[in-house]
Design a protein around this ligand. Sequence first.
Ligand SMILES: N=CN[C@@H](CCC(=O)O)C(=O)O
Ligand SMILES: [Zn+2]
Length: 448
Amino acid sequence: MALLIDSIGELSTQHLTGEASPGSGEGAGVLRDAAVVLDGERIAWVGPARHAPAADERFDAGGRAVLPGWVDSHSHLVFAGDRTAEFEARMAGQAYAAGGIGVTMAATREASDAELRRLLSARLAEAVAGGTTYLETKTGYGLDVPHEVRSAVLAGEFVDEVTYLGAHLVPAGADAQEYTDLVCGEMLKAVLPHVRWADVFCERGAFSEEQSRRVLTACRDAGLGLRVHGNQLGPGPGVRLAVEFGAASVDHVNFLDEADVEALAGSWVHWTGPGGAPGQAGEAQDSLASQDSWASQDSLASQDAWASQDSLATAGTVATVLPACDLSTRAPLAPARRLLDAGVQVAIASNCNPGTSYTSSVAYCVTTAVLQMGLSVQEAVRAATFGGALALRRHAGVDADGQRAVGSIAVGHRADLQLLDAPSATHLAYRPGMPLTSAVWRAGRRVR
Ligand SMILES: N=CN[C@@H](CCC(=O)O)C(=O)O
Ligand SMILES: [Zn+2]
């Protein structure tokens, strides 16, 4: 059953991006008067509305904006309880510290499977209503073998990507070295069948450089992809470790020195992603600048040549910024502008969790990135769609397991889209706080 979405006033494809023209809301990959055809779970056609093929059903976008669903590449949704008191204390001037994780660990361990499922389901529904169509979440509030396994299994019932975060906090009373051994040994072995990624909170008060290195080594050797919570509370080794280990992403990145930025930028110099040649990641490619070049499905399919395994193999470490967390912890905003200018690929994610960022609204994060971090609207939308996909290595091609690329609108990619009740994506920043997402398709199915 094919669905034609037409009369799209502005289509932000995030496919083959180029330089946005400041202030105009334009970016390469933005189409006016466009249409998209969804066929089953995939995007079958993209182009000017006047050339749209017939389909079984039609949805009239009424001149409004369509963009990829958000790819939220960093969240912690498997938890019970609430940390309002900690938040109030922070707003009264107290600093965030990793220890609060222990409060949520206790509440999560106490919750039944049924209660955690109910909470996960409600949180997923909130995220989808806000336009999220692809979601990663982490364990990390179990912190012993049975509870970490339970978190991973339950997460896998609800989200697209599950990350093992046994190395979130050394539980009170445990010996740090012994707990790290557990994370690298028995716990890893038990959780392994249920996760694709591993993460470590490399920070003062959580895991030291040496402990983080052990965790990353063990998880890499077990075949997991790597992610790092780094440089959140102060300068530290997180970013350097992430690059050294070839992590797909380092997240938070609030406190960076020049060497950190250079290390991240250096990880992208051989990327054969959008822009084509190594060293040109993110630069303009204007073969699609003329709308007529979008006219046929064939021309798009061939434009998709970059979406190859090369683009996966040569990708560097994405810097994932978490604007809602920065505001909620009154931290200095991560230097997203500086990172982009240095040639680093940036993602924006919600970091939804009860301690530092109790929101799954990626739109809010995009708004903040524009209004307070100095990104253009298209840069911020790209970071929250294509950037998230890149951070999860789901930005290109079709996997061996048949999973399609997400985070951009192109033929063959998964049909994950959102319709804004607005004529352009610019309204995400122009109308802060307004719930603009009015329809959502996930893998071709209308979910809102
Ligand atoms: N920083 C580490 N982990 C979470 C917060 C967890 C918590 O405080 O419960 C984060 O990404 O901000
Ligand atoms: Zn986190």
